[in-house]
Structures are given as C-alpha cells and as structure tokens.
Write a protein that binds this ligand. Structure first.
Ligand code: ATP
Length: 357
C-alpha cells in the first residue's frame, strides 16, 4: 500500500470550510482506489493562532512541515489582523523557505460553466499561468523611514536574480512542452521597467533556443490583459513575474467563471521541500460560516496535489468528477448561479467518485 503524509493548513475564513470538504473528497478517492493511503494531519495555524500566540505559525512550524509529502492550504487573512501580517506570517513564510518558486495556476472554462466572455467555448480557454513565487516584486526587500513625518518614504524593491529568472522560465518552457498546444507567452513590462524586466528578456533570449519545438511569443503585461479578454484561444502557457502573474491569474479565474473554482500549486520542482496546494481565492469573510463557499477550487487543487505526489489516476478521477459535475449543472454553488451549498457540492463530487451519481 502506497502511503502519503499530507499537512492540512485550513487557515482562515472559508479556507477552513473548503479544506474540510477537500479532505473528505481525497479520503473518498483513496478509499475507492484502494492502492494508497493518506495520513492527513491538521495544523490550526492562522489568525486565531496569531491572536493567542502573537504569530501565525509556531517557530518550529517549518520543521514540522518538512517531512510531509505535500501541504494542503486554505487561506490566510482576517479583518482582525493587517493583511501583510497574515500573508507574510503564514503563506509566504512557507513558500519562500521551502523554495516553492513555481506557482502554477491552471484556468479552464469547464463545460457547463457560463463565463463572462461571449462566444468562448471550453476548448478556447485552457491556460496555465506560471508565476515566479519567491522573488521579484514580493521579495520583501525595502523599508520605511521617517515614519509618521511628512517626509516619510516607503520603498518596495523588486529583486530579480538570474538564477530565479532562468529557473522559472525553464520550468514554464518545459510545462509548455508537455502540453498539446506547445505554446508559451513570456510576459514582462520591459518597456517601462528597464533593468530587471530587460534582464527577463535577455535571459529568455539566451535559453529559448533550447526549445525549438515550441511556439513562443512575448507581450507586455498591459497588452496581455486585453489579449486574455479578446483572444483567449491564442493563449496556452504564460510565464510572468510574481506581481504580474498574481494579477493575470485573478483575471484568468474570473474569465473562467468564478474565483471559487480556480486552483494553484506552489511547487518546489526539485522536491527538496514539500510543495503546497491551495484554492486561489482568499478568506471571503462576507460568506464565511454560511456554508455556501464553493469548494471546487479546493478540489481542483487537491487533484494537482495527487498528481504531484504520484497518484495521477486518482487525480484524473477527481478532475473528471469535477468536469461531470460542472457539465450536468444540477448542483451548482451560488457563485456559479445555483443554490447549492458546500455540503451539497461535496456530496455530489463524492457521489461521482464512488460511482453512485
Ligand atoms: P483575500 O484573502 O485574497 O484578500 P478576499 O477574502 O477579499 O481575498 P477573495 O478570495 O478575493 O476574497 O474573493 C472575493 C469575493 O469572491 C469574496 O468576497 C466572495 O464573495 C467571492 N468568493 C471567493 N471565493 C469564493 C468561493 N470559494 N465560493 C464562493 N464565493 C467566493
């Protein structure tokens, strides 16, 4: 029997609701498959933990996570604590030390889901946005001086390293190579940002020759937003900086129907540290505790996690349950125009996995 250890960090807000649902779903998959077992350990880190202990996770938290095969994460963020504390104290405090430099964000218009774009068929919107996840605009470099005085200065310094740029570009090029369309778009803003972004272009020119089988193009980030709306079919894999891809992937999630369905994986491709999988939505306090959060983003993330740990069959079973669920459209959650709550959606997916529906 193959065995895996998963660390579940539900975090805050609807993160706790969708991860609980996701854990049920992956246990149902393991039970149906019969060939593997998941030992899932829950970590109660997040804002409640912060309010009790003064930090989002314990000092030895990373040591505790290291032996796990993967981390299944909900959300960090709560109105009681400033966002930069919750983000840097938990999510980024795991991503950066675990060198999860490749943030992979698939977006698809699932059959049956009515996205905001007119006349776009599911096969026209099937993208993966690859986000550099450890440096760039969110490197954490910068500072504030003269606090509270009229001459106060605040600086966020963007940090690009040749190593960081080359490894994320190569990761995206390899990913593009593994997909049928074999197409990659490099997104920068190298007209206005004339140092680090020009280095992105230079590094790309040096390495793209290693991928003669790919179709490649380059775009400025502002033009890319327009292309995503007006010509979605022309896009396959996109690679961009931490900030640019953060914004583009929220747009991608909205264009594919709802924030509630979009997944992401924070990968350490060398597998020296565990990778982390999470829905891209946040804590969504407006709907917390109401039982209406859409858990599909958490399920899709779980499918990416199963693929990553080495259970591609279970990952595919889950993905096809999600596709069948969406195509039937009977138990849609509210953000997708239906009436179903988290429980009904979870039951419907488990029913499909178990072959009852
Ligand atoms: P963050 O924690 O990133 O600041 P947020 O808590 O403001 O995010 P988002 O995740 O950005 O919320 O989502 C914006 C809105 O979209 C939410 O307030 C909620 O109404 C809706 N939403 C997001 N995720 C879901 C979901 N899984 N199910 C239903 N609605 C959702």
């Amino acid at each position: 029997m193959r065995q895996y250890r998963i660390a579940a960090i539900p975090g805050d807000g609807i993160g706790t609701e969708v991860i609980e649902a996701g854990v049920e779903v992956i246990q149902a998959l393991a039970a149906r498959d019969g060939g593997f077992e998941l030992a899932i350990e829950n970590f109660d880190w997040g804002t409640d933990y912060y309010l009790k202990h003064g930090k989002m996770m314990p000092e030895d938290g990373l040591e505790a996570l290291k032996p796990f095969d993967a981390i299944y994460f909900g959300s960090a963020g709560d109105p009681r604590v400033p966002d930069h504390i919750s983000l840097w104290g938990l999510r980024l405090a795991i991503c950066q030390p675990f060198d999860q430099y490749a943030n992979v964000r698939p977006s698809r218009l699932l059959p049956g889901i009515d996205g905001p774009l007119k006349g776009v068929a599911p096969e026209d919107l099937d993208w993966v946005i690859v986000r550099e996840n450890t440096e760039g605009e969110y490197a954490g470099a910068g500072g504030r001086v003269h606090r509270g005085h009229p001459e106060e200065v605040g600086m966020d310094v963007t940090v690009f390293t040749r190593t960081g740029v080359e490894r994320i570009q190569r990761f995206a090029l390899e990913l593009a190579r593994s997909r049928p369309a074999k197409h990659l778009t490099l997104v920068t803003k190298s007209n206005a940002q004339r140092h680090g972004m020009v280095m992105w272009d230079d590094v790309f020119e040096e390495i793209r020759g290693d991928y003669p089988d790919l179709e490649i193009d380059k775009m400025l980030v502002d033009a890319m937003t327009t292309r995503m709306v007006l010509n979605p079919k022309s896009i396959d894999v996109v690679v961009a900086t931490n900030l640019h891809a953060d914004v583009l992937s929220d747009l991608a999630a909205a264009l594919s129907g709802s924030m509630g369905i979009a997944p992401t994986g924070n990968l350490n491709p060398e597998r020296k540290y565990p990778s982390m999988f999470e829905p891209i939505h946040g804590s969504a306090f407006d709907i917390m505790g109401k039982g209406v959060a859409n858990p599909i983003g958490a399920f899709w993330s779980a499918s990416m996690m199963l693929e990553h740990i080495g259970e591609p069959k279970a990952a595919a079973t889950l993905m096809s349950a999600i596709e069948t669920f969406a195509a039937r459209g009977e138990t849609m959650p509210r953000d997708l125009g239906g009436e179903a709550g988290t429980r009904e959606v979870t039951d419907a997916i488990i029913g499909l996995i178990e072959g009852r529906n």
